[in-house]
Write a protein that binds this ligand. Structure first.
Ligand code: HEM
Length: 287
């Protein structure tokens, strides 16, 4: 905490409207709202995430951070990456790996489900890592600052709704090397603003930030579609199994039962009538 405060005071962040950190926040405002409105993020906000939703999200996040962090490591000394390179404080891939091991066991890599949109996202990260390392700041900002902002509030949801204990499977949300997310975000923004970029590069970074949000939205949507289909299939299987145990009765079968009941009671009434008539006849005869 003291170290973070010191760093921020030494670096004296004077953030203005023209700064990259302000511009990037403003151009991604609309996408941020859309990302929050996806069905998956809504489930988080309502506080009722399912185990399937959570596990699938972790799988995709692992692939995304694996690619992002490998590209950041490879470009660590690049002028646009060095100022925002904080592997000690931010790196997520290793913690995600442990979370996945918790849920899937030792064969977690084979068990993972990775949708096509996640693969497209990681391909883009690899591509810019080679061709435009200055764009990596847009992706690092989108993920890490998001995790240090809304992500901190959302962390309580899987813990509560999935009953996860002792932090198991929840490593992704915890940043043990960061005492104050707010102070760290200030430091990060000031480092972003210190990156020297031409106007064209700055424009490229802003466009890339929008793209980063779009990739996230696509991943959330595809994961949710998969969850919905799986749940529908599960329900269909359950209904099928129930039907096998207690066979359903069709409408025609039900009406056959009703009509047979009706004719049975008519028969009974006729028999009773006949007995009464016979008894009366015998009575009259004897009398
Ligand atoms: C349930 C979903 C989400 C909620 C409730 C949420 C909430 C928030 C909140 C409260 C902030 C702080 C705003 C501020 O300091 O002015 C924030 C910032 C941020 N969020 Fe989210 N968020 C969500 C999803 C996402 C997603 C999916 C992403 C991107 C993948 C994201 C990326 C960011 C970023 C980059 C920031 C930093 C903005 C800045 O200070 O420049 N958020 N979010």
């Amino acid at each position: 905490m003291e170290e973070e405060k010191q760093k921020i005071q030494t670096e004296k962040p004077q953030i203005t409207d023209c700064d990259l950190s302000e511009k990037i926040k403003s151009v991604t405002k609309e996408c941020h709202v859309r990302a929050n409105s996806t069905e998956l993020m809504q489930a988080f906000q309502r506080g009722n995430i399912t185990l399937m939703q959570y596990k699938l999200l972790l799988c995709s996040l692992y692939k995304i951070y694996e690619a992002l962090e490998e590209e950041l490591d490879r470009n660590a000394s690049h002028g646009s990456v060095a100022p925002i390179y904080f592997p000690q404080e931010l790196a997520r891939a290793e913690t995600l790996k442990r979370d996945l091991q918790h849920f899937y066991g030792q064969n977690w890599r084979e068990e993972m489900f990775i949708p096509a949109s996640t693969l497209r996202y990681t391909q883009r990260l690899r591509e810019i890592g080679c061709k435009h390392p200055e764009y990596l700041v847009a992706h690092a900002y989108t993920r890490y600052l998001g995790d240090l902002s809304g992500g901190q509030v959302l962390s309580r949801v899987p813990q509560r709704s999935l009953g996860l204990k002792n932090g198991e499977g929840l490593g992704f949300f915890s940043f043990p090397a960061i005492n104050s997310p707010n102070l760290f975000k200030q430091l990060y923004r000031s480092r972003m603003n210190s990156i020297e970029l031409t106007e064209t590069q700055k424009e490229g970074v802003l466009e890339e930030a929008i793209r980063a949000f779009e990739f996230n939205i696509q991943v959330f949507d595809e994961l949710q579609t998969f969850v919905n289909i799986s749940e529908e299939n599960e329900q269909r299987q359950r209904r099928k199994a129930q039907n096998l145990k207690t066979p359903d009765i069709s409408v025609s079968q039900r009406s056959a039962v009703t009509s047979s009941l009706t004719s049975d009671s008519q028969l009974l009434r006729m028999l009773l009538g006949a007995c009464l008539a016979l008894a009366l006849g015998i009575g009259i005869y004897l009398f």
